[in-house]
Design a protein around this ligand. Structure first.
Ligand SMILES: Cc1cc2nc3c(=O)[nH]c(=O)nc-3n(C[C@H](O)[C@H](O)[C@H](O)COP(=O)(O)OP(=O)(O)OC[C@H]3O[C@@H](n4cnc5c(N)ncnc54)[C@H](O)[C@@H]3O)c2cc1C
Length: 318
């Protein structure tokens, strides 16, 4: 069986697409796990997105605590004879996966970019050395635990006619030794670069924070309205919040159109944009690395190119 869990619904849909592929290859079923209150609407959505079954672990645990969630998953894994466990690679998921691996005394591969069976062995690929190499790894133990970030796999097309079993079971856990004292939401500007279809992104080629409005204006006429940035803009200069930060240590994006302005194209930035549909680069240095990853390149000063491009698109789009 292939077990799929994430506390993020969209990410679970994406994992289910890979989960159902692997379960077919194994000749087994895929099961999505819901932890907490029973939620038939969510369970049916998981079935519509590819789960053969849904296991609802009804528990009194009301908020995420890695040790309790790991114990719950451990019990489900032991009960169901799971062979592969796919977990969403967000902050909670990574902690959960590694704890679960410790409990089950099995291997765990974090941040997989591809997963498949090779010679019947569960195999995963992940990006290493800041995106300069891809490690291909196999498990020596079972079940194999793998985490996957959002946007790595496309979800299956929703099919409301799909049928599946929803199994509900009360699961009790040992009282946790840790205590959550306060939950504070991270301050965000409500920007979601990960779901944006068009992104205009800014790099160190901008001379001041005020100049970012040039990128804003282009994003506006493209009806994209989403601005991204390279690490120095968010981390060093703090001209934008981390919501906008794209790359290896920032957000991974998958827009239809990505316009990189004044960005040199270092491998750590490319790691976050490589799945974009079309990449356009604007850079005054004809030898800038970004042009190697771009589908279209404009060699020129962004202070001249951006206003002209914005005006031309405005003209074209009426
Ligand atoms: C572990 C690690 C993780 C990292 N993670 C990330 C990450 O997640 N995201 C990320 O972006 N970086 C990341 N970095 C940093 C990365 O290596 C680069 O330093 C960074 O991407 C460079 O940002 P930049 O392209 O904006 O700046 P620069 O490299 O300084 O490039 C600026 C570019 O602007 C061009 N330019 C200058 N003036 C103009 C103008 N007037 N018109 C047009 N073009 C102009 C220049 O020719 C140059 O190519 C990471 C680094 C490490 C070591």
């Amino acid at each position: 069986m292939v077990l799929v869990y994430s506390d993020n619904k969209k990410l679970t849909f994406e994992l289910l697409s890979k989960g159902s592929e692997l379960s077919k290859d194994l000749g087994k079923k895929s099961t999505a796990v819901i932890i907490g209150k029973s939620d038939d609407t969510l369970a049916n959505e998981y079935i519509a997105y590819g789960a053969d079954n849904v296991f609802v672990a009804e528990t009194v645990v009301d908020s995420f605590k890695a040790e309790e969630y790991a114990e719950i998953l451990e019990k489900i894994v032991k009960e169901t004879g799971t062979e592969i466990i796919l977990i969403g690679s967000n902050k909670n998921g990574k902690e959960l996966a590694s704890r679960l691996a410790g409990k089950l005394d099995v291997g765990c591969i974090i941040g997989c970019t591809n997963i498949y069976l090779k010679d019947k062995k569960l195999t995963a690929e992940r990006v290493v050395y800041s995106g300069n190499a891809i490690a291909v790894e196999q498990f020596n133990s079972k079940p194999g635990i793998l985490t996957v970030s959002s946007k790595v796999f496309d979800p299956l097309k929703k099919d409301d006619k799909r049928k599946g079993d929803i199994v509900k079971k009360k699961i009790e856990t040992e009282k946790s030794s840790s205590k959550v004292l306060k939950v504070q939401e991270a301050k965000t500007e409500g920007v979601n670069v990960e779901d944006a279809e068009i992104i205009v992104s800014c790099g160190r080629g901008f001379k001041s924070k005020e100049d970012i409005k040039l990128a804003d204006e282009l994003a506006d006429v493209l009806k994209g309205k989403t601005i991204g940035c390279s690490r120095p803009i968010a981390a060093d200069l703090k001209w934008m919040s981390e919501d906008h930060w794209i790359g290896l240590s920032g957000h991974k994006v998958k827009p239809k159109l990505y316009i990189a302005t004044g960005i040199s194209g270092q491998i750590q930035h490319i790691a976050g944009i490589r799945d974009s549909g079309v990449i356009v680069a604007i850079n005054k240095d004809a030898d800038a690395l970004i042009f190697k990853s771009a589908d279209y390149g404009i060699v020129g000063d962004l202070y001249e190119v951006l206003p002209k491009l914005t005006a031309a698109i405005k003209d074209k789009m009426g």
